[in-house]
Ligand binder design. Sequence first.
Ligand code: ADP
Ligand code: ZN
Length: 430
Amino acid sequence: MIWDKQHECMDRKALQELQLARLQQTVERVYNKVPFYREAFDKIGVKPQDITSLQDVRKLPLTTKAALRDNYPYGLFAASLKETVRIHASSGTTGKPIVVGYTRNDMETWTNLVARVISMAGVTDEDVTQICFGYGFFTGGFGLHYGMERVGATVVPASSGNTEKQIMLMKDFGTTALVSTPSYALYMAEVAKNMGIDPKSLPVRVGLFGGEPCTENMSREIQEQWGIKVTDNYGLTEVMGPGVAGECCEEPGMHINEDHFLVEIIDPVTEEPLEYGEEGELVITPLTKEAFPVLRYRTRDITVLNPEPCRCGRTTVRMKKIKGRSDDMLIIKGVNVFPSQIEAVLMQVQETAPHYQIVVSKKGFLDELEIKVELRPEWFTDNYKELLAIEEKIHRYLRKILGIGAKVTLVAPNSLERTTGKAKRVVDLR
Ligand code: ADP
Ligand code: ZN
C-alpha cells in the first residue's frame, strides 16, 4: 500500500508552505523555459518574484485548452526531448491533439500519485487487477498500470475491447480489482450476462472508475450489477493524467493530491475566484512537473471543493463528483442543465436501462432536447399505450426535477451504441 502519510495527512499550514515553495519553483521554471509564458507574464507585467503568497497565484495567467492546441506539439515543453522519456496526448476530437511530456522525475511522481489513489480505494499487493482502459496515448491505461505495479498488485494489462475475452480473463485469472470507465463497466456486465455469467459471481471485489462523469445513481447501478465496491478517481492529460484525485474508503468526495496540485474554483463566465463549497470550474496548477508545467489550467470541469477533514485521516481537500464540463452545459428554454442531471433523473426510472443518448438541436435561439433511453429487457413491450405512459412519466420527472421540457423517446434494449472507453452521450446537431 502506498499511503504517504507525511504528505496526505499534512497539517494545512505546513502543506501551504510546501505548496508556495513549489509554486515559486514552477513559476520560475516556466518563465525561464517557456517563451509562451514569458511573453504572457511580460504582457501583464508580472515577474516570478511577485509570487510571495498562495493568493498571488491569481496574478498568473489562466491557461486554456486552446493555448495548448496552438502550441502543438512541443511549444509548451519546459524540458528538452533528451530529458523527456514519455509522450501522451489527449484525444482532441477535432483537429490536432494536445501533446504532453514527462521527464524521468515526472514519471516517478505520476506513478506515486496514481499509487496513492489506488491505495485510497483499498487495493493492495494481494489484488489481481485487470486494466480495461485503452493503452496508448490515453493516460488512463499506462497511468493505472504503473501505479498498480508500484502498489504491488498483479497487473493484467487487458486494455479495452474484446469484451467476451475480458470476462473470461476475469474468471480464469481471478481478477479482484477492475479498472475502466464507468460506461465500459456497465457494458461488460451486460456482455457477461449474455454469456450466461452473473457478474456478481466473478471474483471482482472493487472497481476503480474514471475518465468520464458518473452520477451517484450510475455508480449505484454499477455497484448493484457487479456486487462490488465502486470508487471514482479523477485526472486529465493536461496536468498529468490519473492520479490527481481519488475516493477513499471512508467518506464521499475525491481527495486531491494537493502537495502536487494547487486547486482553485472559478466562475467559468467571470473567471472570478469562488470559495470552498461554491460550485464552479476547477482550475489546476501542477506544482512539481518538469516537462509540461502548465499554470492555472482551466479544466472546464464543474465541481465543489470540501475542506472538511475526512475520517480516513487525510487532510487534503476533497472534490465532489464532476457535474460535467462547462462546455457541455445545455440551455434548454432558458434553463441551464448538465447531462449528468438528466442522467440522475433517468436513473430513478425503474423501467429504463442506464443507456441513454441526449440529442440537442436548435430551434431559433433555443436548444431543443430529445432524450433517447432504452427500456430494460424485462420491461420490454410493444404495447403502445404502456410505452406512452412510461415516456410521459419520464417527461414529467424531468419537468418536475430539472424544470425542463424534453421529448422522450423509448428505444429497444441494446439499440444504443455501447462503448469500451468514454461514452458519447450527447449528440449535438446544432
Ligand atoms: P480527453 O480530453 O481526450 O478525453 P483525458 O483523459 O485527458 O482525455 O480527459 C480528461 C477529462 O475526462 C477530464 O477533464 C474530465 O472532464 C473527464 N474525467 C476524467 N476523470 C473523471 C471523473 N472521475 N469524473 C468525471 N469526469 C472525469
Ligand atoms: Zn478520506
